[in-house]
Each structure stands twice: as C-alpha cells, then as structure tokens.
Design a binder for this molecule. Sequence first.
Ligand SMILES: [Zn+2]
Length: 143
Amino acid sequence: MITNRAQIARHHLANQSTPAYSLIRKVCACGKASSAKQLVQHDKCAACALAAVRDAIMPGDFAKLQHMLGAVQQYPKSKWGWRNYFAAGSGQQHEAMRRLVVAGLATAGRAANEMTYFHATRLGCKATGLNAAGIKRAMEDAS
Ligand SMILES: [Zn+2]
C-alpha cells in the first residue's frame, strides 16, 4: 500500500512539472523577471519594450496619441479609448503621426479633404495605459 501511494505521488509531481516548464522565468537586461516567451519574441520585458517604443517618438507625439484615444486627465481612466482617431493635416501633425506609425503605435486610415485619419493600434492603446476594456472599445471605434 505504502509503495503504491509513493508511486502515485511521484506520478502526480511529474504531471505538475510539465506545465511549469513552459512558464520558466528569465531575466531581462533591466533585471526584471519576464516570461521566456516574452523575451524570445521581444528580446526584453514588456516594460522595456514599451520604453523602447516611447524612445522612438518625440514627447509631443505621445500627447497626440493620448488625445487620439481620449486618454487625457479630463476623462476618467475607465472611459479611455472612447474615441480612436486623429485627423491630421499636412506638416507637423502629419509628421508626428508618421512617427507613431513607424513606432507601431498607430495606423493611417482614410484620407479626406487633405486630412488623413489615424488610429491607434493595440500597442498604441497599451502604451497609453488603456485597460483591456478600453483597448476593446478603441479597436471597435477604429474599424
Ligand atoms: Zn526589462
């Protein structure tokens, strides 16, 4: 009886070790632990990946992204993502939008009357601090 119990226990532990293997934690260059999957895909933890994206754009660009999503202080955070468009004319506004597109934070939509409508991507929503519900809202508004 005792032997059987020990065998059952060992078998149980072996089963548990399998899913744990795919969740092995590794460490990003910043010292923060991250999942091995995240590091293989992005070479850095989620926080560092977002920081790299923010470094690729100008400070004023990020404010435009926030405006695009209504992710500004005058609205409660639970409402962020209630809109997802930015009508850019030519010149500085358009250049800012192009940088957001290159950084993967926005995409260009339809053009009308010398204006181009830009929409935040899922990554853009995440960079702006939207929660899952806000991202869903914003993605629906962009389509
Ligand atoms: Zn990191």
